[in-house]
Design a protein around this ligand. Sequence first.
Ligand code: AR6
Length: 170
Amino acid sequence: MSTLRAIQADITTLALDCIVNAANESLLGGGGVDGAIHSAAGPQLLAQCRTLRGCATGEAKITGGFRLPARYVIHTVGPVWHGGNAGEAELLAACYRNSLALAATHHIQSIAFPAISTGVYGYPLAAATDIAVRSVRQVMGQPDMPQEIVFCCFSERDLAVYQAALLRQD
Ligand code: AR6
């Protein structure tokens, strides 16, 4: 059975099999966690991303980790928050599900997620956190899922929200 926990860290420092990037549909880099991952991984990451021809919102694609401690990066594109009636919840859930399905096909044993969509894309943190925890719990018992699943929070405030959600839904 997989373990699920929340930590506070810079995701680019984590020595897990895989880290997840909160990317945009171009997959050609940006700010926030995307910018941090590209700058830590080095230019080979952008070169590989160019070959992927983008990624639709809710979907996920995989690359190497290059100079990162992580061997792989899974790039997923969260929804932009438009008020909640534009399918945002389903798209955000799909990011977590599709990232884990891709991890399973690559035999990834350990993986960390950032708080997808809750930065530049404006998704309210509490609602996004509930979706993150629920979506991961729904699939983590399936065959070949990573043994270790981590929610990597950038701030102490985000960590507190994740820890409350993990307790609530235990
Ligand atoms: N490690 C862990 N979490 C981080 C890090 C880090 N190094 N840096 C930021 N975060 P955001 P989004 C947190 O804006 O909302 C980019 O330009 C951050 O505090 O990175 O999905 C892309 O190219 C927040 O909790 O992603 C897209 O255009 C979380 O990561 C767009 O932003 C997500 O914030 C995607 O927006």
